[in-house]
Design a protein around this ligand. Sequence first.
Ligand code: ADP
Ligand code: MG
Length: 696
Amino acid sequence: MSVFILQDIKKTFVVNKIENVVLNEINISFPDSGLVSIIGKSGSGKSTLLNILMGIEKPTKGKVLFKGKNIAKFNDKQFSKFHLNGVSTVFQHYNLFDDLTALNNVMLPLKMKGVNSKKAKQLAIDEFRKLGIEDLAYRKVKNLSGGEKQRIAILRSIVTSPDAILCDEPTGALDVKNSREIMGILKNLSKEKLVIMVSHNKELVDEFSDYIVQLKDGKVKGNTLPKECEKEDKNKRIKNTYKSDWIGPFLRLNLRKNLGKNLFSILSCSVGFASLFLCVGFLIGSESSHEEALTKNLSIGNATVSKVESVEITDSPLTYQKTIRPELSEVDAELSEFSTIRVEENISYFISSCATCSFNDTTFNNFQMIPLYDFSLKSYGSELLIKGNGGNNNFEEIIVNKEFEDLIGENVLGKTIVLKNSAATNYKTFDEDDPFIKDQLIIDKPMTIIGVIKEFPFLNSPKIYYSYKGGRDFLKSQFMENLSYYLGYSYTYYDYLLDCDPDDTVSSYSSYIFLTDLSESKEFFTKIKNLNNQSLEIISTVADIKETYITFISSFSKTLLVFSGIAFIGINFILGMISLSSFLQNRKNTAIMTCLGSRNSSIYNLHLYENYIVIAVSFLISLFLAYFAQNKLNPYLSSKFSLSNLITIPFETFYGLRYGLIIILSAVVVICSTLFTMVPMLIYRHGFITEELRDE
Ligand code: ADP
Ligand code: MG
């Protein structure tokens, strides 16, 4: 049986919708050995026929049988085996890898076969010796002459002992002397195996060929082949255990060639991955910052409680809601589970209802005055103090926040401001002659700033903190002149506050709630939302700020996540495109490798591994970058927003998994980059092999 049989082969090329029938009704049975020359005019389809035999061009019609098997049906593995054991090729322009040594070029098909380096080297050197060209073995191919290159190409094609060698114009680029020598080598080889050669050198063909096939007008015109030839296969075949490690030298070459491109990829990937880490760090860090944000505000110690009453309107089905001061006992009952919380009278009407302060003849009014029950700051807030100290519970000293200092515009510690407030009272006597007794409390009081605190700045405003006890004692010491005279006994503003109606303006329609300690703050803020007594309403500015902050942070985090996701896809896309471009640039190499017997997977791996290396290096750099950025950004953010560890990248454990984040992220990165690298290559893999190998 013939090694190669062409059955009824037809090949048409369609260019610009014009059909060009290059081969038609070709039926050839090649012998097992001997030198078969295919001749014909330029453009008669010789190379096309050879490409069809090689399996890199598909016939439009008909079959190529190799040892009885239709080569069109070969899968990737069988196709690779077909080239490693069955047919090898020699081209007019050699198609060697110029950057490798001659020896490495010859060893390549052996290494693809799975032969270890030592054995491959020995087998290759033997072949060099047979031709007497050992001295060429260690030279780079790009430095060899044409004749030398063609000898190396022939060595590469025979080193795996294939059944047939296909040569397309092997002497086309050589001088007469070299041509004859190459023909001699091929002739020698054809004693043991089939050598099919395309040539238009009539002289050489006539001298060296055993058989001649002439192509004309797409058909076989003359054919000196015997009808059927049979011969025993004498070659000792090297066992085929395909391996991919031959791509190593090519990977190194590509890395060197693409150094600049890869360095830029590494740079952008490192920054991209680092921002992903920081993003996750922010998501986790900001989660715990909610609670912290709360405690970073001294007014956490102060809330007000009111009672909301429904009042029916006489002669109407409508009711209206009225806010009044609750009974202290009622509030106490509601908050009985808390041991550190105190409920007190709201004294703000007399002290801060329309307070202004003056400093160096300038008057300021855009600030809030907030009482603290325990002014010492020991139980809470001490870490907020950036200047001064906590002071005593008297009405001569105040603490201000940074925003207040900024309002004043200079260093205020130890300075004195003058607090001014005026609050009028109207006591109803039910006496027709004298229906109202009016009094007015005027505060015009120098106060020393003994401490400055730095609070969480989100939605914060200038604030003065004063001692509640000090303020209350002050009210207890201020007598209402007119009312005391009318009543006939000493009556203080504090007495008035206690005695006034719950819907009197003086009551501020509310009572104070003080947290004297932070230990129960969390429970207290939960309690604010779920009061048993539905008519009570507790208002805390800090709780409101916290709610706003949570909403803000969660929408910010979501946006950040979306953007990082887009950035991540972008990075992968760029990586994929870079490997696609290097894949397309290396098409010729890919074509040669395919003809040598490489599997597609090895060629994809070559580009994939290059990406993996880029990614691995970037990933490592990004870990350091992220760690560095976290350590630099956190102190900055903490000085800006008073929140410590706003970025907390969980390097160590992630959802209970040790090094979980690093593992998960690297897995995602590998999967994504594999996808983004493979898909474009798979799309572009087809139909360039013959184009790249065409001898121009
Ligand atoms: P030669 O006998 O000179 O080796 P070829 O086999 O290279 O001839 O080409 C035979 C004919 O087929 C030529 O006319 C050539 O233009 C055409 N041809 C070869 N390859 C292609 C292709 N990929 N697409 C279109 N036409 C092609
Ligand atoms: Mg040709």
